[in-house]
Design a protein around this ligand. Structure first.
Ligand SMILES: [Fe+2]
Length: 295
């Protein structure tokens, strides 16, 4: 008997799947060899899944394992993401979201924070939040990035090229769809929900193409999609490391690729290039979060 899934239309953002497809993709993600996430195996099948996870990735995951946001950092991020209230000035992160949404409405914005180097909006911190401002040194294209995902916001399908890296969930939940190639109609390989303390990875062609989505309540009656900006202070945060081939002991001579990632535009479905500028430097954001008075 054919089961017709009428619960979710196929055009639903961000993954464009029916419930039956989503169930199948979640099962596929659990069975992948090598495994999509790094874990201590408890069965022989689990051991086989972990066996081919590259040593460079295991090393990154081990180093990132204990990373968390403090309660002050988490609640201060929530404070700065809060939707605009009448008569009150929006927080720094909400202002950045609003500016990014104006610049590019093809997908709901998320925030990149460079753990080394500088960010595009650092000067806003200088102007409005910090009495003493020391400009961050270094350049754009940080190998370590904190990403802040507002509820119901998501990335386009994008590729991390030839980099080797990890995605370590710090707080909240993130749905990650892995794709077989970089194209609007690319084959969906698996869907996984990353929770705090869990680490996904990518290396070379393996898991290089994905889309990331925060499934929490966006506080609106309208569904997410291009042009969407939520009315919620809920979010997820993840710590990302991307190493160029030249930074690995196994350097094979390929060009460094961290400075520019390729993605599929959500509105015209064509491939474009994203220069990996960050929005803020952690050096700046950490000072602001520490000084934020919570309600
Ligand atoms: Fe990514």
């Amino acid at each position: 008997m054919t089961v017709i899934d009428t619960a979710v239309p196929t055009t639903t953002h961000p993954f464009h799947t029916t419930r039956e497809e989503e169930r199948r993709l979640r099962v596929a993600a659990e069975r992948m060899v090598p495994a999509l996430t790094i874990a201590q195996p408890v069965s022989f099948d689990g051991f086989v899944q972990q066996l081919m996870v590259p040593p460079a990735v295991m090393d990154l995951a081990r180093k990132a394992h204990g990373l968390r946001l403090s309660v002050q950092e988490t609640e201060a991020i929530r404070h700065h993401l809060r939707p605009v209230e009448s008569g009150k000035k929006p927080g720094l992160l909400r202002r950045i979201l609003m500016d990014k949404a104006k610049e590019d409405g093809s997908h709901p914005p998320y925030i990149r924070v460079a753990c080394t180097g500088k960010g595009t909006y650092d000067h806003w911190a200088k102007d409005d939040y910090l009495a003493v401002y020391v400009p961050p040194s270094g350049d754009f294209g940080s190998p370590a990035v904190l990403e802040i995902w507002p509820a119901q916001h998501y990335s386009p399908i994008h590729s991390h090229g030839h980099t080797t890296g990890i995605i370590h969930c710090l707080t909240g939940q993130l749905d990650i769809m892995a794709y077989g190639s970089l194209a609007w109609n690319a084959e969906k390989m698996g869907l996984y929900t990353l929770t705090p303390g869990q680490t996904a990875w990518l290396a070379g062609d393996t898991f290089a193409v994905h889309k990331v989505y925060c499934p929490f309540d966006g506080g609106t009656t309208t569904a997410t999609g291009p042009g969407y900006l939520n009315k919620s202070d809920q979010f997820a945060a993840s710590f990302h490391v991307y190493l160029n081939d030249t930074e690995l002991s196994t350097y094979s001579g390929l060009d460094p690729s961290r400075d520019r990632f390729h993605y599929i535009d959500e509105t015209d479905h064509t491939e474009k290039v994203f220069t990996t500028y960050s929005d803020l430097s952690w050096h700046v954001l950490a000072q602001i979060l520490a000084q934020t008075e919570l309600d």
